[in-house]
Design a protein around this ligand. Structure first.
Ligand code: TXA
Ligand code: MG
Length: 315
């Protein structure tokens, strides 16, 4: 039988070598991270970044996150500040993205940063991406590996679903452990959360011992566009489904064991629920349900990120 997934590879030395070779030629590859899978390309290459935008059908007004292994490499492109160092020490490598001022002599292509004078940087924790970053002398521009406005992929097969054979290499690094995108924090002024994630605003606030800005972002980032995180069928919040053709996303105890009920976390653990969110939405889609109804999810801790993604999916 023909292997339809012939562009999905397991992690080994040969595959890493091939991936690095591709990246050096400004090609785009699908890579695992601990948050979600990404579409990676050389951030210093306009040609590579151009390909990312066209593959994703993404608006050029939406800047990409630039991924690094070491501080000293990121320092070539952005201006650090005290709050950045503090957060970096505590949370990196990990699911936190920092918006900082771009250096004038940075080699990041202006296409990747949508001509802004800021850059979003992240230090991912997943072993595979770290291994790759260690062996190249440029950072990786890497948005989530989905078509613009769709759900982010959490395994190699999700990436395949989106791009089929348009990618020569998708590395299979298992399910993404966190399952939703990184928290994005703007540190160019008073700290401000641009996208909630598993690292919570409250934790950051306590840790930095300062209030976070509540001002709405000026930047039109994809997370701020309407109809983002769309699973392909209508999503209706805070309502029960009326029939069995409609799926019901629930959270916690006290629900019946109906076939069309999908529990984000039976033990009412919001972190587990965040990890399961995209997985469950994709499962519902595959099973052929026509609509998704969602019960109330507490708006605290990781529940803030869950509600953020759900309300955009429902928009
Ligand atoms: O977990 C993640 O962050 C994943 C993995 C692959 O690293 N990446 C990801 O990238 O979610 P993407 O492109 O799907 O989302 C990037 C977010 C967008 O909301 C974008 O607007 C914001 O980061 N962003 C990027 N550069 C920015 C900048 N200079 N200022 C403000 N927001 C920025
Ligand atoms: Mg995305």
């Amino acid at each position: 039988m023909k292997n339809i997934y012939s562009n999905i590879f397991s992690f080994n030395k040969k595959v890493i070598k091939k991936t690095i070779f591709s990246l050096k030629q400004s090609k785009i590859v699908g890579l695992p991270t601990e948050t979600v899978y990404g579409l990676a390309g050389n951030a210093y290459s306009r040609r590579a970044v151009q390909k990312i935008f066209s593959l994703k059908k993404r608006s050029k007004k939406n800047p990409l996150i630039i991924h690094y292994d070491y501080l000293k490499n990121a320092e070539k492109d952005v201006i650090f500040n005290e709050r950045f160092f503090k957060l970096y020490k505590k949370f990196c490598p990990g699911p936190l993205t920092f918006v900082l001022k771009k250096k004038k002599n940075s080699k990041i292509t202006s296409l990747a940063t949508a001509n802004l004078n800021t850059v979003a940087i992240r230090f991912p924790r997943h072993k595979i991406i770290k291994d790759i970053l260690k062996n190249i002398n440029f950072p990786l521009a890497m948005p989530s590996a989905n078509l613009s406005s769709k759900l982010s992929p959490i395994n190699a097969f999700d990436v395949f679903q989106e791009f089929k054979k348009k990618l020569q290499i998708i590395i299979n690094g298992g399910d993404s452990k966190i399952g939703i995108e990184s928290t994005v924090i703007d540190l160019t002024n008073k700290p401000r959360i641009l996208r909630p994630g598993i690292i919570e605003a409250d934790e950051i606030k306590k840790f930095l011992k300062c209030n976070l800005s509540k001002k709405k972002s000026q930047i039109r980032s994809p997370g701020m566009f309407k109809k983002h995180y769309y699973p392909g069928i209508p999503v209706i919040l805070n309502k029960k489904p009326k029939n069995k053709n409609h799926a019901y996303i629930i959270f916690g105890k006290g629900y019946k064991n109906n076939e069309n009920y999908f529990n984000l976390s039976k033990k009412a653990d919001l972190k587990e629920a965040a990890t399961n969110l995209y997985k469950i939405m994709k499962k519902i889609r595959k099973k052929g349900y026509k609509k998704i109804f969602v019960s109330k999810i507490p708006k605290k801790g990781p529940g803030i990120a869950i509600n953020d993604r759900l309300s955009r999916a429902a928009d």
